[in-house]
Each structure stands twice: as C-alpha cells, then as structure tokens.
Design a protein around this ligand. Structure first.
Ligand SMILES: [Zn+2]
Length: 396
C-alpha cells in the first residue's frame, strides 16, 4: 500500500490526479485487474470502462470526492462479464462505506441532520436513512446474542394505545438487553420461549411483582430471584404513609412533616429529628410504627454483606417481621414474608434496578424527542441504538 492509498483507506488504487478546490477531487483507478469472480481465472480483458463519482471521508473541513474508473471485465474462459469490485464501496452507492459510517457516528453523537446536510452535502432524509440502516444492521447482530448473567426486569409505560412494555437490562454491563411489548406472561410467552441462553441467567433483579416472579421461575431455571431495593423500600414507605393517614389524617396533610416522615432517619439533621420526635411524642402508636419502619429500612438498605454476617442478621430480621405481623402493618409483613428469600438475598448483592430506572428516564426522553412512537418496533430499534450498545461500529 502506497502512502496515498493508505490515506484514502481503500486498497489497490492508483491515484491519477488530485485537485484541491472547495472540495478535494481525487481521480483514481484500480491498480490491477481482478481475477474472474465466476471461475477465478486470471485471464480477463477490459470490455469497457465507466466512471463512478463517490463522496469519501472529509479531510479537515473539506469533502473528498472520488472519481473512480471502473472497468467492466470479460472473462475469456467462461465468457461472462463482471464489474470491478472495490473493498469498502458497495454497488450502486454514491458514497463509500467510510463516509456513511462517518455520518452515522456524527449523527449518533448528537450532530443534527440539518448540520450534517451543510457539512457533508447530503439531504436530511439521507442522514436518517443511513442512520437507520446502520442501527438496523446492529440490532440484527444484537438480537441473536445470549442472555446476560445478571438480568434486571421491570415494566415501563409505552403508549396509551398499546400499554406497558417490559425492559430487560444487562445489569453487569449497564446496557439495555431488550424491550418487549406487554407485561403479562401471555404477552411475553412467545418472546421468552425462543430467547437464547436462558440458562445463562444467574440472577434476576425485580420488583415485588407476582407476574415477574412466575416468569422468572418458569423461563429462567438457573436464576436466583433478588428483590429490587428501590421498590421494596418504596413499598414499605407507601404502607407506612397509608397507616399514618388512617391514624392521623390531619398530620398526614402537613407537607413538612411528610417530607420528614418519608426520609431515612439517618439522613435527617439534628433540628429535623427534634421536630419529628416532638410530633411523634403525641402518639405512642405512631411512634412505635415509625421506629419499627426505620429499623426495617435499615435492614433493607444493607448490601454486599459476607455470608456469615447475613446469617447473623437473619434471626433479627425475622423477629422484626413477627412484630410487624402483630401490628397494624400486618399486610406489609405478609408481603415481605412471601418475598423473604429474594429480600434477604439483597444483602449479598449490590446490583439493583436503579440502573433500569435510569434507562427508563432515558427511554422516556427518546420517546418525547420523537413526539411519541406508534410503532413499537421503531421504538425498540431506537432504544437499543441508544441504550443497548456504545454506538461504535468496528471497522472491518
Ligand atoms: Zn470466468
């Protein structure tokens, strides 16, 4: 490869002429004849030559335009015809693959279609078409891969017409694995049935939803269910606020108190604690409930504990649950007990669906930016393009 060729990035070309004006024009031709593509015979003759004009990568702020001489060959052996094929240039395209990739990466990185029409001299529809074609190709590649080891599963709202969708997240690598329309077993069945590598999944993180628990048991035989910390703590707080409402409707309406009540005890300042304790002192029942709730939350936020330490804590946790069972918060205690194993497993893990919730925010923004999606497949494509991989396509 000569230095000029290596700058162009296209193999086996001879440069005839270069003109630098507003654009850089490069006239080039193939360095040697190809062997016959049908019979691999070397003896081919050039029947005719035509010229192709292609946009190639930008150098600095100048666009490079390639004028290629393309021979049409005739194989004297098998009597068939074929055109010269260049690596990195697809038939009938008016830009090289390198150029298309450049536009894709710029657009993926946030350069608007409008801006690209000015710098790259292509229409905005072309930018969209190229972008979609790269995304489609990439999503196709991604769709065959096996399940991640640590899977987060959660639902999110898609559209009023089509309802909810389920998000599957690779929690180990912080990437969206897939989104599927529906949140019931019936609507997910056909997807889950043909999902490759289900036995790879070791851990599934989920909120306290019975549907997802059944799905996990049925389709992921080797997976351990771990409760999602965020959802468990939220559940506890919701129950507590409801009890408070029953107990003292007037106090519940006080927004200042509400903010104090729902926060973790250890996050309050001394002044705030003082104020809260003054209020609680008026009602012993509420006070007892509040401290029990704080104790419970203390258990729920623990993570990455050693096995031995978790074993020590378990009896204390069970005792607390017993206390709850004989208190007004009996319903809560029953829920927690039915999810005991997944909740206790939280102590040993650090991963939670916080990552998934973050992706949900991002997906909502995606949807907003497109003024909502009607077609779920288009939505899925966009989500995987922006949350499913790092946006870099490796050059061949
Ligand atoms: Zn031939």
């Amino acid at each position: 490869m000569s230095p000029v060729n290596s700058i162009l990035g296209i193999r086996d070309l001879v440069i005839d002429r270069v003109e630098r004006g507003r654009e850089i024009h490069v006239w080039a031709r193939p360095a040697k004849r190809l062997a016959c593509v049908h019979c691999q015979q070397e003896s081919v003759r050039i029947k005719a030559t035509h010229q192709r004009t292609l946009k190639h990568t930008r150098q600095g702020n100048q666009l490079m335009v390639l004028h290629l001489r393309v021979p049409k060959y005739h194989c004297t052996d098998c009597n068939r015809y074929f055109r010269h094929r260049f690596a990195g240039i697809r038939p009938r395209r008016r830009a090289t693959e390198a150029y298309r990739l450049e536009v894709f990466e710029a657009h993926d990185g946030g350069v608007s279609q409008h801006q690209l029409t000015r710098t790259h001299q292509i229409g905005s529809a072309t930018v969209e078409r190229w972008y979609q074609s790269f995304v489609k190709q990439r999503v196709l590649e991604l769709s065959g891969r096996a399940c991640p080891q640590v899977l987060g599963i959660d639902e999110h709202f898609f559209s009023r017409k089509k309802g909810y969708a389920t998000t599957l997240v690779d929690l180990k690598h912080h990437k969206v694995f897939d989104v599927v329309l529906g949140r019931s077993e019936a609507s997910l069945h056909s997807y889950l049935k043909r999902l490759p590598g289900k036995q790879n999944v070791r851990v599934i993180v989920m909120d306290l939803s019975e549907t997802y628990r059944q799905i996990a048991r049925k389709y992921f035989p080797n997976a351990m269910i771990v409760a999602d910390r965020f959802h468990v703590v939220r559940l506890v707080n919701q129950h507590f606020l409801k009890l408070w409402q029953q107990h003292d409707p007037e106090g519940r309406k006080n927004r200042g108190l509400l903010s104090l009540m729902r926060r973790h005890h250890w996050r309050l300042t001394a002044v705030q604690k003082e104020r809260l304790h003054q209020y609680l002192a008026q009602s012993p029942v509420l006070q007892a409930l509040y401290f029990a709730k704080q104790q419970l939350n203390g258990f729920l936020v623990m993570k990455s504990l050693k096995r031995k330490r978790a074993k020590q804590l378990l009896p204390k946790f069970l005792k607390l649950l017993e206390q709850f069972e004989s208190s007004p918060a009996r319903a809560l205690a029953q829920t927690l007990r039915s999810w005991l194993a997944p909740i206790v497993r939280m102590w040993r893990f650090t991963k939670s669906n916080g990552i998934t919730e973050g992706f949900h925010t991002k997906m909502e923004m995606l949807s907003r930016r497109a003024y909502g999606f009607r077609n779920f497949e288009n939505y899925r494509m966009r989500v995987l393009a922006q949350c499913g991989w790092n946006g870099v396509i490796n050059r061949v």
